[in-house]
Design a protein around this ligand. Structure first.
Ligand SMILES: *[C@@H]1O[C@H](CO)[C@@H](O)[C@H](O)[C@H]1NC(C)=O
Length: 122
């Protein structure tokens, strides 16, 4: 039994450390979106990967972030990120992505002191 299914899902969708594979941002995105199961049943339109150890990402919910609202926390520090965005003409089975790298602070939703949802780049 998985006691933290949404945390597991968050890790699958949003954490890739160390950053996997080589090649350009486009190749990176095409590969990882497929490998992480984000291209079926539809090509997920946009998705951000965080290139940091899970401990650093968890820490946003445990004192290394400024928390507000119901359960949102803004990271104090910046993270290396790759955001993948689907290209026009993509369809399941042939999802094509563009990739953009940034180093920015992020906002996540936390539950039981674990990140469960990637809200946005700040
Ligand atoms: C993060 O920022 C908050 C608000 O400024 C501060 O209270 C907290 O100590 C910081 N955490 C770390 C680990 O720097």
């Amino acid at each position: 039994a998985d006691s933290h299914p949404t945390y597991r899902q968050f890790l699958n969708r949003h954490v890739d450390f160390p950053k996997s594979g080589g090649g350009n941002n486009r190749l990176y995105c095409n590969r990882i979106m497929q490998r992480r199961g984000l291209t079926r049943p539809v090509c997920k339109p946009t998705n951000t990967f965080i290139h940091a150890p899970t401990s650093q990402v968890q820490a946003i919910c445990r004192g290394a972030g400024r928390c507000h609202g119901r359960n949102f926390c803004d990271s104090n520090s910046s993270f290396h990120l790759t955001t993948c965005r689907v290209a026009p003409g993509s369809r399941p089975g042939r999802c094509v992505y563009r990739g953009r790298i940034q180093t920015r602070r992020i906002r996540v939703a936390c539950n039981q002191r674990l990140p469960v949802h990637f809200s946005r780049i700040l």
